[in-house]
Design a binder for this molecule. Structure first.
Ligand SMILES: NC(=O)c1ccc[n+]([C@@H]2O[C@H](COP(=O)([O-])OP(=O)(O)OC[C@H]3O[C@@H](n4cnc5c(N)ncnc54)[C@H](O)[C@@H]3O)[C@@H](O)[C@H]2O)c1
Length: 367
């Protein structure tokens, strides 16, 4: 890594995820310099520049001024969802490589336009689906790719919060986010599941969208309250059933509010065995011969280590650090980032179809 040339990065959107994930992770890459920061709230950009920037790092309130800086090679787009496509496309058209936060966009049309912009400019585009950078997910991905589960024909992608409405920022605003828990956290569980099974060929989607518990629930822990001054215009839970062209099905559940105790965990069921991602480990089940040669059920728990990941095997990086390092390496060495834009666009198509199906009561067919 130290032999790599320096990459100059610009940050657009200096809020929660910038401070919680991107800027600290980029700061730990010894070949990255964060030279410009933009936020419509100027103090946020100034604080980010002071905390993470190079000496003399620039501060902007209009992202176009940041994109005009020739030195910048990579831009991280960390704004609310409704700005992802506009800013990412402008950055790609300005000749930058782009890391955009999840979900890729609020609509599939925007997501596809982002893929197009990357292609026509010959620039890299990725989306911040950091579950792919966890050792357990990479282990499960490789385990399935090696054929050890046989045919994986059913899997579950839960993103369940019993209570957990993000009441800050614009998360409850349909206009600015494009949806609630399904597009906010269901997007992670869908992406991670598609990555684990390596299947992006969707045949159809059936969904349900609920606006229920927001009218009953009162206890949101210390995440704040919604009400007249803080309108909650997105759904409070949504579910979807996705059929793939190879006949497999995926069940997706996403909630910020749902009366459930155990939301479950990502589960992948094949003809030869199953994998469940739980407690930071990988639970594997199936049948294997005992000492008499008789087939018996087994259930093992394996704790993946950094050595189970594709890159940086001898380093104990968090998923955020791994994602940032691999992304910068992809730019420098011209290799693929962990998340390809066409894969992230499929996630956006599934989410949009869940919402559409929920509204119309009909199954949405792809192609
Ligand atoms: N990967 C993850 O697990 C994860 C977690 C949280 C949020 N996110 C994503 O990150 C994005 C931002 O979420 P957040 O929690 O940081 O929200 P936030 O509200 O804390 O931060 C967003 C920042 O963007 C700024 N902003 C808004 N419009 C802008 C514009 N036009 N130009 C420049 N800056 C602008 C806001 O002022 C704010 O400071 C969302 O898309 C969200 O889905 C991802």
């Amino acid at each position: 890594m130290s032999s790599m040339r320096t990459v100059k990065v610009g940050i657009i959107g200096c809020g929660g995820i910038a401070n919680g994930k991107h800027m600290p992770a980029l700061k730990k890459c010894d070949n990255v310099e964060m030279i410009a920061f933009c936020d419509i709230i100027e103090e946020r950009a100034a604080k980010a520049a002071a905390d993470y920037g190079t000496d003399g790092a620039k501060v902007f309130t209009d992202y176009r001024d940041l994109l005009a800086m020739k030195d910048i090679e990579v831009v991280h787009v960390l704004t609310p969802n409704y700005k992802h496509a506009e800013i990412s496309i402008a950055a790609l058209d300005a000749g930058k490589h782009v890391m955009c936060e999840k979900p890729m966009a609020t609509t599939s049309v925007e997501a596809r336009a982002m893929c197009e912009a990357a292609k026509r400019n010959g620039k890299k585009l990725t989306v911040g689906y950091q579950s792919r950078s966890e050792a357990s997910y990479q282990y499960a991905h490789n385990y399935i790719a090696a054929g050890k589960l046989g045919e994986v024909y059913y899997f579950k992608a839960p993103a369940i919060r019993r209570r957990g409405v993000p009441t800050w920022g614009v998360f409850m605003d349909e206009e600015k986010q494009g949806g609630g828990p399904m597009i906010d956290i269901g997007t992670h569980s869908i992406d991670a599941a598609l990555y684990v099974v390596n299947n992006y060929d969707v045949a159809s989607v059936t969904g349900a969208v609920n606006n229920k518990l927001k009218y009953y629930a009162k206890d949101n822990g210390d995440w704040g309250a919604w009400g007249e001054d803080r309108p909650f215009t997105v759904e409070d839970s949504a579910m979807g059933m996705v059929r793939f062209k190879n006949g497999a099905t995926m069940y997706v559940e996403a909630s910020w509010l749902l009366n459930v105790q155990d939301g479950g965990h990502p589960t992948f069921c094949g003809t030869l065995g199953g994998i469940e991602l739980m407690n930071g480990g990988v639970a594997i089940n199936g049948e294997r011969p005992d000492e008499k040669g008789e087939m018996k059920l087994f259930a093992d728990l394996y704790k993946p280590t950094p050595a189970d990941r594709t890159y940086f095997k001898d380093e104990n990086l968090t998923s955020s650090e791994y994602e940032a390092r691999q992304w910068i390496q992809a730019v420098v060495e011209d290799i693929d980032p962990i998340t390809l834009p066409e894969q992230a666009a499929v996630v956006s198509e599934i989410i949009e179809a869940i919402y559409k199906s929920g509204r119309t009561g009909r199954t949405v067919y792809f192609d």
